[in-house]
Design a protein around this ligand. Structure first.
Ligand SMILES: Cc1cc2nc3c(=O)[nH]c(=O)nc-3n(C[C@H](O)[C@H](O)[C@H](O)COP(=O)(O)OP(=O)(O)OC[C@H]3O[C@@H](n4cnc5c(N)ncnc54)[C@H](O)[C@@H]3O)c2cc1C
Ligand code: SF4
Length: 329
């Protein structure tokens, strides 16, 4: 690891004074330390934001505010999250291991880098790590690569489970920029598609800090499910995942939310499927059609066509599971 200066400021203002072009923030460190050890990030200055930001989970009438420093474990085990936002708890608990979730923070989870193997191998070309160097995955190992929204410059996926639930539930990201101004970014607009700038994962301005994530209160708590398909049953990133949330009345779908992980450079919403489901009866035939519509949007690569079948199954299963914990149909 390259030597660096380390600071633990007590406020965001001081963090911004310390930040410069080649500095990096660190929170739980579960991704950042690996990136530094593998010489993907080589900052001159590392700024620990643990004392500068909040870790509180505030339940308000309109929704919940999750501080950027709240750990994945604290969020998943929070009583109100479990009761009112169970999709969030399910998604988080499907990820990593208890030890990693104890360290991993909310802000860090949003900003974790892709798990594309070529990104972590500095001997290989990778446009995300080194712009204009090429993409090792285009003619290489594509098992973990995307099937929708990819570009000729990058086919990587965003690895988070938590973020899939957040995009499904119309969350927002509250940020503070280096000039001290605050802003809010709709979760759906937070992560980017690779296009011709795959080095940019998100629309977070340079040096800005994530302060919190807000999830609006909706009538989704009874009928939600997160289904994750992976190489082994725990401690593995998603090949594909599906987050489903339904608002039901007398067996009819009033509102549907459907999102996936493991398929795109950003947590992906299936809006055509959501529109199809709205007003329909909540039954297997309609769920299967919603899954088929989602798969129709995908363009798998040469070596990951198997993902479409997994996706179709995961979406159907997630929608069916929404009914098994239902109290409103
Ligand atoms: C072995 C392993 C398995 C894993 N499995 C899964 C999985 O199955 N599912 C899943 O979703 N995740 C998984 N993860 C990822 C893990 O959840 C993330 O590494 C973690 O959430 C990152 O949070 P952190 O606080 O440790 O971030 P850090 O590593 O500290 O930082 C990550 C990035 O975020 C930036 N950052 C952190 N906080 C802020 C902030 N408030 N504002 C601005 N920038 C900030 C840092 O500068 C850095 O760029 C796994 C990780 C490991 C190591
Ligand atoms: S898919 Fe993206 S992250 Fe992976 S090698 Fe290609 S450019 Fe790099």
């Amino acid at each position: 690891m390259k030597p660096f200066k380390f600071h633990s400021p007590e406020t965001a203002t001081v963090a911004f004074q310390l930040a410069e072009k080649n500095s990096q923030y660190i929170a739980g460190g579960t991704n950042q330390v690996d990136l530094m050890k593998k010489h993907i990030n080589e900052p001159n200055i590392v700024i620990d934001v643990k004392d500068a930001l909040s870790n509180t989970i505030e339940i308000k009438k309109k929704g919940v505010h999750i501080g950027a420093l709240a750990t994945n474990s604290d969020v998943a085990e929070n009583k109100s999250i479990k009761e009112d936002y169970p999709l969030i708890a399910q998604a988080i608990l499907s990820g990593a291991s208890p030890q990693i979730r104890n360290m991993a923070t909310t802000g860090g989870n949003l900003l974790q880098r892709t798990r594309c193997p070529y990104f972590y191998d500095t001997a290989m070309p990778c446009n995300k790590r080194k712009p204009n160097s090429g993409c090792g995955a285009l003619d290489g190992h594509q098992r973990m690569a995307g099937i929708v929204g990819t570009s000729e410059n990058c086919v990587a996926v965003h690895p988070s489970d938590f973020c899939v639930a957040l995009v499904a539930l119309d969350a927002e990201v509250n940020i503070i920029k280096q000039d001290g101004t605050e802003d809010t970014i709709a979760f759906e607009d937070f992560h980017r598609l690779p296009g011709n700038q795959p080095q940019k994962d998100t629309n977070l301005p340079e040096q800005a800090l994530i302060v919190s994530v807000f999830i609006p209160k909706k009538k989704f708590k009874n009928n939600v499910a997160y289904v994750k398909v992976r190489e082994r049953d725990s401690y593995a990133f998603a090949l594909v995942s599906a987050a489903a949330a339904l608002e039901l009345k007398n067996g009819q779908i009033k509102k549907a939310r459907l999102a996936s992980g493991g398929v795109a450079h950003k947590p992906w919403r299936w809006k055509t499927s959501e529109r199809f489901l709205k007003g329909k009866q909540a039954n297997r035939a309609n769920f299967e059609e919603a899954a088929r519509l989602a798969v129709a949007e995908t363009q798998p690569l040469q070596n990951n066509t198997f993902k479409t079948a997994l996706l179709q199954g995961a979406i159907t299963e997630a929608l069916l599971q929404c009914l098994s914990n239902s109290s409103t149909i």
